[in-house]
Write a protein that binds this ligand. Structure first.
Ligand code: MG
Length: 463
């Protein structure tokens, strides 16, 4: 199996001392994030890495766990000897290429505390380790969501660390490697500042492990750099000789379950500061009993307005504007003849209304609906649509001519009682003295009249 690795550690932008330590060797890679005291954190992480590298000399899974326990004992003893170092501790996340009994090889990952190991495979990130932290316990218990945990003000409280007690439990995970896998070991100074999706995007972009680690540390500093940042990238170049093992992750969280974030660089999520910028880098070690007392209070993440967001907003606004204009053109680009205030009326618009576009009255014709022949009334009540105002006027003239014709032929006005003493002629009816001169008989269309200026005088006649 061929493996290539690169890594970077950085003090960050707020702290004065880097209490993280790290290790890259042929078969062992590790990150330790120290805590406690004036010098304690620095010493604890360094002692741990030194003992781990020294004691891991038989390349099997048990030896890795044993080496971690020896590192724990060494830190614990050192703290007992030196009052300045009392209470110091460290996280440890390590990965080793180990042998199985049949001569195959696989990856063994161990974890104590809240440093992490991720696997990037086929563009997807999977968190292999589970944090020993207050917020992870709360998240696992369903008290807070993953999004809330990522910005929780108490997310720096770990519930397990090396050096605090004489013995320590070590979580161990079996990983079956494949060629092109990339593994990231990191302290919380990375993942508290850079989202897992952005880490994935960076791994996709930068093939060299040193380049990728440097870029991730740069992004963490750009995101605030509020803690020491350590990142080790381990690439599986060739997986020949891999053992027949299956992955055994506990509490693994796939990136596909996470909040869609800034893979495309649209936004950069930044957490609110969770730790005091006191230069000490103290990481409190809490017990499980504290888990129920912490409030599940999450601070909202800030988003930056980028040019992509700007283009999206402008484009969306343009589409909405065009849609409104099209609806308006449709709604207002027509006429109809209907009824308003009891008389035949020409409207601009469409019968009823189209969305918020009401039809508008163009002309009250002065023809009472009660004068209109019965056959036309339903059509007028629902609105008789016409392609243009001229066509609407022609239709009104047609109705007027029908009324006038009925009156001249001695018919009773439609819809009026036979005993009605008088009737009122529609405007302009008096001008229709010679029907042949005013009636248009275009084949295929109803007869229409050319309407002269409307008269205002009502003419009375006895039927
Ligand atoms: Mg840290």
């Amino acid at each position: 199996m061929e493996i290539r690795a690169g890594g970077v550690t950085d003090v960050g932008r707020v702290r004065n001392v880097n209490q993280d330590s790290w290790l890259i060797s042929d078969r062992l890679w590790a990150v330790a994030d120290g805590m406690g005291g004036h010098r304690g954190g620095e010493v604890a992480s360094k002692v741990t890495i030194d003992v781990l590298a020294d004691q891991f000399d038989e390349f099997n899974a048990a030896a890795l766990v044993e080496a971690a326990q020896q590192a724990n004992a060494a830190v614990h003893e050192r703290a007992a000897e030196d009052s300045e170092l009392r209470g110091m501790g460290t996280t440890l996340c390590a990965m080793a290429l180990v042998d199985d009994d049949e001569g195959g090889q696989y990856l063994e990952v161990i974890n104590i505390g809240d440093s992490r190991c991720y696997r990037w495979r086929d563009g997807e990130m999977t968190q292999i380790t589970r944090d020993h932290s207050l917020v992870e316990d709360m998240r696992a218990a369903g008290q807070i969501t993953e999004e809330e945990a990522a910005v929780h003000p108490h997310r720096n409280i770990v519930t397990r660390a090396l050096g605090i007690q004489a013995e320590v439990d070590v979580d161990a995970f079996v990983v079956a490697p494949e060629a092109a896998d990339r593994y990231v070991l990191c302290s919380d100074g990375l993942f508290n500042e850079v989202t897992v999706d952005r880490i994935a995007a960076t791994l996709r972009r930068l093939a060299d492990p040193d380049d990728a680690a440097s870029e991730l540390v740069r992004q963490a500093n750009q995101g605030g750099g509020r803690d020491n940042i350590t990142c080790v990238v381990v690439d599986v170049v060739d997986d020949s000789g891999v053992a027949a093992v299956d992955d055994e992750f506990a509490g693994a969280v796939s990136s596909s379950q996470r909040r869609p974030a800034d893979v495309a660089g649209i936004t950069t999520a930044m957490s609110a500061d969770a730790e005091p910028a006191d230069g000490r880098g103290d990481k409190p070690v809490g017990g499980p009993a504290k888990a129920s007392s912490a409030p599940a209070e999450a601070k909202p993440r800030l988003r930056r307005l980028t040019w992509r967001t700007f283009v999206f907003v402008v484009g969306f606004g343009a589409i909405v504007g065009v849609a409104i204009a099209a609806i308006g053109w449709y709604a207002r680009g027509s006429y109809f003849v209907g009824v308003d205030a009891g008389q035949v009326t020409v409207f601009k618009g469409r019968p009823g209304k189209v969305m918020w576009f009401d039809p508008t009255v163009m002309e009250h014709t002065g023809i009472a609906l009660s004068q209109v022949p019965e056959a036309y009334r339903d059509s007028l009540n629902t609105g008789r649509q016409q392609p243009s105002q001229a066509a609407a006027d022609e239709y009104v003239d047609h109705i007027r001519s029908m009324i006038c014709s009925d009156l001249r032929n001695g018919a009773k006005p439609s819809g009026r009682p036979a005993t009605a003493p008088t009737t009122t002629l529609p405007p302009a009816c008096g001008d229709l003295g010679t029907p042949a001169a005013t009636t248009s008989t275009v084949p295929g269309r109803p007869p229409t009249t050319v309407r002269p200026p409307a008269t205002t005088a009502a003419v009375s006649s006895n039927p």
